[in-house]
Ligand binder design. Structure first.
Ligand SMILES: NC(=O)c1ccc[n+]([C@@H]2O[C@H](COP(=O)([O-])OP(=O)(O)OC[C@H]3O[C@@H](n4cnc5c(N)ncnc54)[C@H](O)[C@@H]3O)[C@@H](O)[C@H]2O)c1
Length: 264
């Protein structure tokens, strides 16, 4: 018997989906049949991903907005519901990172990390989970990170690690409060070759006086599976959690890291 994942009739809202992992998740969910509303801070990239999804034959809409702000989340969710008729799947993917020591970080560095990742996850879940519970089905997936595990943090990522631990903690509480209709999980990537990582290699290269390509190669050498992850590696894990195959998984932080962390 062949088993396929069919999300036809499901309606998803993916934040920060103009590029990178979020775009990969939006395309993968659409590939399984879902309609997908695409949020991003950047209206042009949100519209581009939405166009790709429409080209696959599914309903979509680019929904610009800053998910760290309550009024923008409210408006973006209103628009997503109006475009698709409701939201059954929420993916909190929008994020930022910064390679900077704690004593060098500004208050703004701290606030931006906590607001764009932890607060945004709170705001979108608060807004969209009630209707999912009322309808009797919903799936929420929040982007964690392999660093948000005990003893896996990495230096110079203070606000980032704090924000991701907050996301994982919130995920566990939401899983209890929204059960049984709605499952809530986090997915924790390792090193995914995106614009975010490229910027980190650049900043680390600056601090260590190394070319970013050298830093990148150092990172590659520590990977158990030998290659950087791709957005679709993470998207397939998200798809699993949104599919019937993942029905009994909730409150988890599924690490999809290609084996990281590995200390030799
Ligand atoms: N790349 C990795 O190796 C890695 C590892 C672990 C976790 N993650 C997490 O995966 C998620 C996606 O990362 P990525 O590598 O694709 O990053 P990326 O920088 O390539 O893409 C992030 C997207 O989020 C959008 N965004 C940023 N702030 C926003 C805001 N306030 N409102 C709406 N959209 C906003 C950006 O415009 C961008 O399109 C993040 O939560 C990140 O922390 C990434």
């Amino acid at each position: 018997m062949t088993e396929t994942i069919d999300l036809a009739g499901r309606r998803a809202f993916v934040t920060g989906a103009g590029r990178g992992i979020g775009r990969g998740i939006a395309l993968r969910l659409a590939g399984a049949g879902a309609d997908v509303a695409v949020n991003d801070l950047d209206p042009a990239t949100a519209a581009r991903t939405a166009d790709e999804i429409k080209g696959m034959g599914h309903a979509s809409a680019g929904i610009p907005g800053d998910v760290s702000k309550a009024d923008e989340v409210q408006r973006a969710c209103d628009e997503a519901e109006a475009a698709l008729g409701g939201i059954d799947i929420l993916v909190n993917n929008a994020g930022i990172s910064l390679y900077r020591g704690i004593v060098e970080c500004t208050e703004d560095d701290w606030d931006r990390h906590l607001n764009i990742m932890a607060k945004a996850t709170f705001l979108t879940m608060r807004r969209l989970a009630p209707a999912m519970m009322e309808r009797g089905w919903g799936r929420i997936v929040n982007l964690g990170s392999y660093v948000a595990q005990m003893n896996c943090t990495t230096k110079y990522f203070g606000p980032y690690c704090a924000a991701k631990f907050a996301v994982v903690g919130l995920t566990q509480v939401a899983a209890q409060e929204f059960a049984p209709a709605v499952t809530v999980n986090a997915v924790g990537p390792g090193d995914v070759d995106t614009d975010m990582m490229a910027r980190e290699w650049e900043l680390e290269g600056g601090r260590r006086d190394l070319d970013p390509t050298v830093v990148k190669e150092e990172y590659r050498e520590r990977l158990i599976l030998g290659r950087f992850e791709r957005p679709d590696d993470i998207a397939r894990a998200v798809l699993f959690l949104c599919s019937p195959l993942g029905d009994q998984v909730t409150g988890s932080h599924l690490i999809v890291s290609g084996g990281l962390p590995y200390h030799n």
